[in-house]
Ligand binder design. Sequence first.
Ligand code: NAP
Length: 539
Amino acid sequence: MTVSARHSDTTTIERDVAIVGAGFAGMYMLHRLRQLGLSAIVLEAGEGVGGTWYWNRYPGARCDIESVQYSYQFSPELQQDWDWSERYATQPEILRYANHVADRFDLRRDIRFNARVASAIFEEGSDRWTVATEDGAAVRARFCVMATGCLSSANRPQFAGLENFRGQRYHTGSWPHEGVDFSGQRVAVIGTGSSAIQSIPVIAQQAAHLTVFQRTANYTIPAHNRPLDPEYKKWVKANYGAIRERAKKMIPGIDFRINDKSAIAVSPEERREEFERRWQEGGLLFAAAYNDLILNADSNRTAADFVRGKIREIVHDPAVAELLAPKNIIGCKRLCVDTGYWATFNRPNVSLVDISETAVEGFTADAVKVAGKEYKADAVVFATGFDAMTGALLRIDIRGRDGLSLREKWADGPRTYLGLGMAGFPNLFTVTGPGSPSVLTNMLPSIEQHVEWIADCIRDVDGMGRRSIEATPAAEEAWVAHNREVAGLTLRSTCSSWYVGANIAGKPRIFMPYVGGFPAYVEKCEDVVRKGYEGFEVR
Ligand code: NAP
């Protein structure tokens, strides 16, 4: 793998399009724009491609969407050539895939690595964006695409006295590239979200002792991960087109079996069998056991009770099982997928500390303090998640027409039209931005749909001989209102999750992703184009 020259080697350069981020969104954006004959450059903070899969190298990291679906479909040749080895791909395998794509489509020559973007400023008159990096270099471009990812800005809560702690500190979202050997160490993990749930079983196997600090118990479904059978792989490749088409008709953009019955319309025996079947199959499929699990609290309780029952069966110590059993709506916070999570708490070297009532009080040189008690640790793993959806964008000083800053515009929460553009920010696009289905769907098809929409839009603006496109305030307002309305239809908006920004102190509570589902959303985007970019002003 070759790394392009450091950004500081360049002065201000001119391109048609500046792209921020070389994850799956930025890489495909670059490829698509090149196909249109446009010049583009990607500015990437990391030293390599892969975005979230470049940074999240914690032990046990793997995707919770099946590998054959969590992959690009824009190139049938790539789809046929690449071989996934497991049902759920590990982070190293996904990163290899990202690197393969970068090599295969010769992307690196237009990516500047080690180039963290500090600002993106729109210049009236010339209608150009100046995108500047922290080391002072800049790109001037007609269009700017923010491919900054939904979960890429780490949440590092301010814990009192952390500076006292003499051991090692890690955040799952920016894990050391050389890996960490916890052998013989006392490790503390703070958090019990997806990252923690994947890493805890692996760390427990290595560490002398692992203490898990849990604020909110979480639901997780076994992955039942396995190597992919060669016959299955052959079948997938022969049927890829049909699989992808079926997935596009599904609300989460994943080809899986959604049961079209209500959980409360069937007998308890039938329900138990269906939940058991899906538990045995493993993964997020569990959430589709009935069609109203996320819509109806009574239906939801049947699924939650089933999982709580499983926890009580698996975890030997009833007091620990009770602590681990979540009390809230299943699927309200993002459902997790694990390998051996609950059983890990049967290990003699693992203990669970409840911090739901008494928060982490502070740190000493070699311990985490809770309610006056010290829990010794040589290393602390912060599995505390991300400033989701808005964090990566607001970290950049983005200024549009009349100097309007995005931070001001979004002071009361994100406002976009379709999660693609914003009033006051001409020629600026967000890939899977707030207000689009994004994190509620399989990210890869959602990314591809956005990238293709944006590329076609740029082509059309050029084709019309116009200079700029910008969401109208009225269209944006209507989309924000529609988002608010549909968000309230599901149970997801009822809990303190990162979907609503509840994990970040002071963040406005707005349900950020669009819950209308992938097919309806795609139809809306296509309709906007059919109606001559309805809701956008093309100048
Ligand atoms: P997360 O779901 O936000 O979990 C963060 C955890 O840290 C929560 O348990 C949270 O508790 C806890 N926490 C946060 N601040 C705290 C504080 N001040 N004191 C104590 N505990 C605190 O983050 P994540 O696990 O990194 O996952 C984020 C998202 O990334 C996932 O939902 C998923 O979409 C994606 N992801 C996917 C995969 C995959 O594909 N397998 C893997 C990892 C992540 P509370 O719940 O009480 O806030």
